[in-house]
Design a protein around this ligand. Sequence first.
Ligand SMILES: Nc1nc2c(c(=O)[nH]1)N[C@H]1C(S)=C(S)[C@@H](COP(=O)(O)O)O[C@H]1N2
Ligand SMILES: [Mo]
Length: 408
Amino acid sequence: MTTRPQATRRTVLSAAAVTPFAAPLLRPGHPAYAGAPNILKPLPPERFHDYGTNAEMRWDSVDPARYYTAQRDLFVRNHTRTPTIDPATYALRVFGDGLEERRSQDDAHVLTLRDLRRLPRHTRTTVLECTGNGRSFFGSQQDQTVSGTPWKLGSVGTVRWEGVRLRTVLRRLGLSPRAVSVMATGLDDEFVSGETNYGRVRRPFSLEKALDDAILAWGANGQDLLPDHGFPLRLVLPGWIGIASIKWLGSLEVSKREQTSPWNTTFYRMTGGDHPADSPPLTLNPVRSAWELPWEATLEAGTTTTLTGRSWSGAGPIRRVDVSLDGGGTWQRADVVDPAGRAPRSGAGDSGAGWTRWTVRWRRPRAGTYELLARATDRSGRTQPDVTPFNSQGYFFDAVVRHPVTVA
Ligand SMILES: Nc1nc2c(c(=O)[nH]1)N[C@H]1C(S)=C(S)[C@@H](COP(=O)(O)O)O[C@H]1N2
Ligand SMILES: [Mo]
């Protein structure tokens, strides 16, 4: 257990009493721990595919009229299990030699939720998406074997986060001009896989990203975070792969050195296939698209329907979406509903971007079996290929997915 910092060494953020660091209440050995589920929120089968510690949103449960993903519908990706954290004793610890006044881990700045909530507020829409979204299509579409949760396309959502910019916090604490990186560490259990204990889930990122658009978020879509999504505080790195947005954020180490963790050396890098051995850690998410249809949908022959779907990119709004209703034989432009990557009437003051909804009319389809394709292009010109180059951990499946439909 770490000790309470001396009054003179207290954070410059607040004159309020400093709360000692609190560990999650449910730890191994705690009597209530043994039976605790990995994910705490309900996962009804009509809205989720449940993989145990992970669960994805079903695209056929998405309401085309709703832009944002409610937290109750958002996918969950846990390396271990959702911890229960008492917000009254929770505190974020910030330390490292990259601070103006260097701080050791035991002598960290200790920021309570009250301290953070007193700072200027920040609201921003982002797409939250797992690096492995679409992974199962490496197998089903490209006949390749990869490791990891066999997501379809539902480990993604669009959320309006509320919190404070990380740069607001870091500037107030004071940075060394030589600081280059920040390590974010979660309060969930240590991750053990096979024979290896990788320690707490943690991943470093550049100071540049920290000072650009990183958010310390306590809210999503106007409500407190749910426990499964990082309550009481998570990091959000807009546009970057899901693992970058550390949930149940326990500490930030600001360093003058580049930092590493298994989550940027072993995991969340390209390995295998044609990828070089020294591929860099993954950051920006690619472009992907999904139809709001059941997997293996059935539609009525001769009846004109409006098909709906969404496309998104780590690099911002989607510029155009091309769709094919005949397996790629002919293509047409879909009607884009949210060109700015933001909900209609979401107001000013939100510089972010979520996904883009689109629609296409299918006039009196004839009976038969079909494959529906959607290919999006983002504002930076990135688009979706026909084939995603193999990588052994099944990351970044961004190829156009062939969605099976029977018309009868
Ligand atoms: N502390 C912690 N943060 C974490 C994770 C985790 O297991 N522990 N999983 C990461 C991964 S891989 C993803 S995709 C996102 C998922 O966020 P969500 O569960 O809120 O949808 O959280 C990231 N942050
Ligand atoms: Mo992820």
